[in-house]
Write a protein that binds this ligand. Structure first.
Ligand code: G2I
Length: 475
């Protein structure tokens, strides 16, 4: 009879229980004549197993093209228990022409992960880069609807197979302002991120939904912009479960790296290091500091390096990864492994299975958090202009539709546009015309509003918003 030895990735599951630790300690005692360092008996010898001891994962970015390289896949399957497709789940790869999907390369990575007991981070659904040409040529409502369809279709295809999705990637600007990055997606209206997250929650309620960005690795204007968004989402019930800190590091990390992770965790989201690579002569120490920072934050649930060997890195010539071009472990590897092994208890609620602790699906609307609004009437709906951004030649307006206590299944907002104002695009509603009296009707996904809850839509127009009025009828 053949005895099957459990593969390394099966071990952490046992080790995360106290019983597992007791057994390991017992073995150490029995065989312990030579074992001077008792903890070393428990120390795992791979990144994935070591991270799993504290209920975390250790992952890497994988391009489909490398899976056939046996040196590469040997390291991948020995060390890593989470995989992020490096490019294969991006919009240009999965929907090269509108509503025509191409999942082959990403499916191959998912199949590899499934066969080797690895989980998947999905990367990424809505990003200003790596958009197919047809998306780059869209704007306004057409782009908004394309984004929603993209999220729905891709998440449906991978439903139940993705631990966490980077729903939105890199939406904040660099520099001191702490504001959004300009992009075609941003120009569809400031609510594009929350629409993406609400759509994602409905599409795969079990997946954790993350916002992911770079240069957010310390407390700075950009990370504070993201922080404010997450805080706002939490306050208004917009579904978000995690924030990814890419951590493409040059030479050193900010002294408040850990404090920054912690402040996000304190908002009630998981934090993850999602694209780690480190250049510079102090590489091993910096890798150790970053790993330690994650271990010190209970809700830091895992670390992903952006590639395996230096020769696999997008940062060509900088040798920023844990394995050299031949696949040998570098000093940085040992730093990471030691920090993982020294970790105390972590987020052990879902250590090494696909179980998600995500809340149940949120509806596409959330209760109003604006006490300044008068209570909605029973039945029907009310409409109000919730924000206007005016510039010299045009404006965008966001309209809030609040259901009466009976809720509505469909709504129409009648907007009286000031003379000279002409709508150029809109989102989350269909307009009947472009000027004068324009009726906006709900789309399929936002017609239903629970009693007292609201949804928002918006439009962009030439001209001046002064004098704009809105009213609502619902059924
Ligand atoms: O730029 C580094 C990362 C920053 N955060 C988001 C990540 O998604 C991003 O990953 C990189 C990939 O590592 C690169 O492999 O994203 C790049 C694109 O923005 C990827 O590069 C692209 C090349 O630009 C394309 O020419 C090439 O066709 O990879 C493509 C596939 O090999």
């Amino acid at each position: 009879m053949r005895i099957t030895v459990p593969r390394h990735r099966d071990l952490p599951r046992a080790k995360t229980s106290l019983k597992g630790w007791g057994v390991a300690a017992g073995v150490a005692l029995v065989t312990g004549a030579m074992m001077v360092l008792a903890p070393a008996a428990d120390a795992a010898t791979t990144l994935g197993a070591s991270a799993a001891q504290s209920g975390r994962y250790f992952g890497t970015a994988v391009p489909n093209s490398k899976l056939g390289d046996s040196t590469y896949s040997t390291i991948l399957d020995r060390e890593f228990n989470m995989i992020t497709p490096e490019n294969e789940m991006k919009w240009d790869a999965t929907e090269p022409s509108q509503n025509s999907f191409s999942f082959g390369a990403a499916d191959a990575i998912v199949a590899h992960a499934t066969a080797h007991g690895q989980r998947m981070r999905g990367h990424t659904l809505a990003w200003y880069q790596q958009q197919p040409g047809w998306v780059q040529n869209l704007s306004g409502t057409a782009l908004r609807n394309a984004m929603i369809n993209h999220i729905n279709q891709v998440m449906a295809h991978y439903k139940g197979k993705i631990y966490a999705w980077d729903v939105v990637n890199e939406a904040y600007a660099d520099g001191t302002g702490g504001g959004r990055r300009d992009s075609n997606l941003q120009r569809t209206g400031n609510d594009w991120i929350e629409v993406a997250f609400r759509t994602a929650r409905a599409a795969d309620p079990a997946a954790k939904l993350c916002y992911n960005d770079y240069n957010t690795d310390g407390v700075n204007a950009k990370s504070t912009g993201v922080y404010n968004m997450v805080q706002d989402f939490k306050a208004r019930g917009v579904p978000i479960d995690c924030v990814g800190f890419q951590s493409h590091i040059t030479n050193s990390i900010p002294s408040d790296y850990q404090a920054n992770l912690q402040r996000f965790a304190n908002l009630g989201v998981d934090v993850q290091i999602t694209e780690l690579d480190v250049s510079g002569s102090n590489q091993a120490a910096v890798y150790g500091q970053i790993t330690q920072a994650c271990m010190n934050v209970t809700r830091c649930t895992g670390i992903t390096t952006w590639g395996i060997r230096d020769s696999d890195s997008w940062r060509s010539g900088e040798n920023p990864l844990l394995f050299d071009a031949s696949g040998n472990k570098k000093a940085a590897y040992t730093s990471v492994l030691n920090a993982l092994n020294a970790a105390g208890p972590g987020p052990s609620s879902s250590p090494s299975t696909g179980t998600s602790t995500s809340p149940s699906p949120s509806p596409s609307v959330s209760p109003s958090s604006q006490p300044s609004q008068s209570p909605p009437p029973s039945g029907g709906c009310t409409a109000a202009v919730s924000s206007v951004n005016q510039w010299n030649t045009g404006f965008t307006a966001t309209i809030r539709v609040t259901a009466g206590s009976a809720g509505v299944n469909a709504w129409t907002v009648t907007a009286n546009l000031p003379s000279g104002a002409t709508i150029t695009n809109s989102w989350n509603a269909t307009p009947s015309g472009t000027s004068g009296t324009v009726r906006f009707t709900n789309l399929s996904y936002n017609g239903h509003i629970d009693g007292g809850a609201y949804t928002e839509f918006g439009f962009q127009a030439n001209g001046n918003a002064s004098g704009l009025t809105v009213s609502c009828s619902g059924s």
